[in-house]
Design a protein around this ligand. Structure first.
Ligand SMILES: O=C(O)CCc1c2[nH]c(c1CC(=O)O)Cc1[nH]c(c(CC(=O)O)c1CCC(=O)O)Cc1[nH]c(c(CC(=O)O)c1CCC(=O)O)Cc1[nH]c(c(CCC(=O)O)c1CC(=O)O)C2
Length: 349
């Protein structure tokens, strides 16, 4: 049986397809990683991007939160800049800073450095996904990639940016170059997602983390065509496609239109309101504020109940998640308790 068949009856996949579930499935963005002491131990002395190229290490790190928290899906341990590194760009993840690109992409000559991603560039991904699906059995593995806008922002700015000024200068100042840049990135993102799906990932999430910096009109004009190209290119696999961004309340309708079976929602928009913006037929993922996990258990439960009630009012498939990634200093036990609370609160009788 293929990994896709093995996971088809799981609560996560069923919720993505708006089918009834025995309990609301839960996973957390950044569930593997810095919140877990067992992760910090494994990563000692290994730079972030190097850890993303070692199949045994990827496998162990990806499995850690599944074992510890009993989440309903694993998310492949990697980073959105891994495919950029794989095509030969000089990018590294600096501790305390984030991804840094030594030689930013700012003109047409620079574009030539963005060559296509070949599956052989990321043989370690194919190998790790194979190891993972064998271990995970009926628990789905979610693959992911960065969306063209968010990747472009890193490439143009040269690192994380609050205001995206250089990115916007390029977007508004040279729309043709911008379009070609996003189109190149759409192909790289697509190739990276395909590698993960073909190796056995049961679903994929496309992170457009920073696109909330744009107005709806600019999203439609400058970003949507490239994102839609990615979603269209992987539609034929039939695996659920999740689309997520932060601060994207005003963009939910357009992002959903760009292509998604499941819309990821941050904590700023209640899920029943999100359902109205996203339109019928799509499942929703989210959306507890990650900072809520620093409050006492009773408060976490009350806020979680609000999310579950809004999801019930939305009447769509619901995958419980945080509104963005797990914060590094989160108490792992609070995450385990949250998984149990969501499961026990939603068990079908
Ligand atoms: O600060 C940030 O969150 C953004 C910059 C940053 C990125 N990778 C990074 C950093 C430094 C850091 O996390 O400190 C560097 C990074 N990426 C990752 C880690 C591990 C961890 O979070 O503890 C880390 C920290 C590395 C370390 O241990 O020092 C792994 C990662 N990045 C990502 C994912 C996918 C996911 O969240 O489920 C995953 C895998 C998580 C898993 O397997 O559970 C996704 C990612 N990376 C990145 C982005 C862009 C978002 C943004 O820039 O705000 C996004 C998408 C998003 O979170 O919205 C870029």
């Amino acid at each position: 049986m293929s990994a896709h068949q093995q996971t088809a009856a799981s609560p996560f996949i069923r919720a993505c397809r708006n089918e009834p579930v025995q309990h609301t499935p839960v996973w957390f963005m950044r569930q593997a990683g810095r919140s877990l002491p067992e992760y910090l131990k494994l990563r000692e002395g290994v730079p972030m991007l190097e850890s993303c190229m070692r199949p045994e290490l990827i496998t162990e790190i990806t499995l850690q939160p599944v074992r510890r928290h009993g989440v309903d899906a694993a998310v492949y341990f990697s980073d959105i800049v891994v495919p950029l590194k794989a095509i030969g760009l000089d990018v590294e993840i600096k501790p305390g800073v984030g991804p840094v690109v030594a030689d930013p992409i700012r003109n047409r000559q620079d574009l030539a450095r963005l060559r296509d991603l070949d599956p052989s560039d990321v043989g370690y991904v194919t190998e790790a996904v194979g190891l993972l699906t064998a271990e995970l059995g009926s628990t789905p593995l979610i693959g992911f990639a960065g969306a063209p806008f968010t990747l472009a922002s890193y490439l143009v700015e040269g690192g994380p940016s609050r205001n995206h000024e250089r990115t916007k200068a390029l977007m508004y100042g040279d729309p043709e170059l911008w379009r070609d840049l996003l189109d190149r990135l759409a192909d790289i993102t697509t190739a990276f997602l395909k590698v993960q799906i073909e190796a056995g990932a049961s679903a994929v999430q496309v992170f457009d983390s920073w696109v909330g910096a744009l107005s709806p009109a600019d999203y439609r004009r400058y970003v949507m065509p490239a994102s839609a190209k990615v979603f269209d290119a992987v539609a034929g696999y039939g695996v659920p496609r999740i689309h997520f961004g932060v601060g994207t309340g005003e963009l939910l309708g357009l992002m959903s239109e760009a292509g998604a079976d499941v819309m990821g929602v941050d904590w700023r928009v209640p899920l029943d309101e999100a359902a109205r913006r996203v339109g019928p037929g799509k499942a929703l993922q989210g959306n507890l504020d990650p900072a809520v996990l620093f409050a006492p258990t009773a408060a976490v439960e009350a806020k979680t109940r609000e999310v579950l009630d809004a999801a019930a009012a939305a009447g769509t498939g619901h995958i419980f998640n945080l509104g963005h990634g797990v914060l590094p200093t989160t108490d792992p036990d609070a995450l385990s308790r949250l998984v149990d609370f969501v499961h026990s609160s939603t068990e079908a009788v």
